[in-house]
Design a protein. Structure first.
Length: 128
């Protein structure tokens, strides 16, 4: 993962998880770990291995977390230059989630088979 000054606000956040003989429980609560109140939750799944999701700017705060599988995420501020001001993350199941403030461009790709990505946003979806 390459860090750049242009994406200083995009960051990984650990998700509290509790594991016992009954299984794993991951908790998402305001401030622990979420820095915003989720208004909308959506799930991305069944993505073909060569397909990309996103590839647009987000106009809300988002938190991304892999429930199963893996994927790669490239982000940059909308004012950033492609390839120069980007930051790359590799999300893995049960690992840290990725917080993105509004005004970031996002590209999701290289989803492993069976991946499930949980996405939470601080506002409702507005279809353009």
């Amino acid at each position: 993962m390459r860090r750049s000054a242009g994406t200083a606000q995009a960051r990984e956040i650990d998700v509290p998880q509790f594991v016992d003989p009954r299984g794993r429980l991951a908790a998402f609560e305001l401030a622990l770990p979420l820095p915003f109140k989720p208004v909308r939750t959506f799930i991305i799944s069944d993505v073909p291995p060569t397909a990309h999701r996103g590839q647009h700017a987000i106009d809300c705060e988002e938190f991304l977390w892999m429930a199963t599988g893996t994927c790669r995420v490239d982000v940059r501020q909308v004012t950033g230059r492609e390839g120069q001001d980007e930051e790359r993350f590799h999300l893995v199941a049960h690992g840290p989630g990725l917080y993105l403030p509004r005004g970031f461009w996002i590209d999701l790709y290289e989803f492993s088979p069976g991946s499930i990505l949980i996405c939470m946003a601080d506002s409702e979806y507005v279809q353009e």
